[in-house]
Write a protein that binds this ligand. Sequence first.
Ligand SMILES: [Zn+2]
Length: 286
Amino acid sequence: MTRRILVALGVFFLASHASAQSLDLFTKTTTEVAPGVYSYGAFSARSLFVVTSDGVITTDPVSAKNAADMRAAIAEVTDQPVKYVVYSHQHWDHVLGGQIFKDEGATFISHEKCIPHFARHPNDELVMPDQTVTGDHDLTLGDKTLKLMYFGHNHGDCMLVMQVDGTDVLYINDLVTPYSVGLGFMPDYDPGEWLRTLLELEARDDWTQFIGGHGIPVAPKDAMVQRRRYMEALMAAVRDGIESGQRLEELYDTIELAEEFREMRGYKTHIRRGAERIYHYYTMGW
Ligand SMILES: [Zn+2]
């Protein structure tokens, strides 16, 4: 209970002040969000690791430096070896740098649809997956099961949402960055499928908080609802602009959402690029 109150207070603080102050993006912390379940990282990038009775499961290494720091953070809470590394999706800002875990014998897992991306865009710092999953999959190690959940195309096509069975916490990488508009212009996002995925996640009653791939250590479900509402507002505004005859350049210059969304982190920087992405979604069919 105390932890939830602290999280709520922290969320209130960030929501109230995030745009008014310069956030510390790079100080890494370890936060236990459920017994043996940890949010690790900084505002700039964040991962989940799980300590079980038979070893550790980590998610995205992010970079060689981050993986080394995360390995040290894991050693502070357990002397168990890291046995699995699970990639959330294919983007390099999350999956690079896992060699330190490979060296201690970890098995790497991703969704199978990540493999063509890794093949097309090779990177010397990427450890290729040893195993792939094709859909929902239970990864059991010792006394814990990490549920890997696949919702189809959304942020790319190989995103896995994760949940340690029996906890109310999800790891939702990049589909939501709490209280932020995120990089909605990325070309491999499918806005419609992304929104569908958020609605499917929102409809589930088996979670109340989540760890994002960037941002604060843990956020309440409301932060995902805010992102879903932002996306709906952005898509509606662009659709209205197109229907009233606006060209992209005009839309780009005039797009403005309701006050409540303007307070989200990154709004000023990304609203035009987000609108441009949605414009193409509606006018190009992608
Ligand atoms: Zn991504």
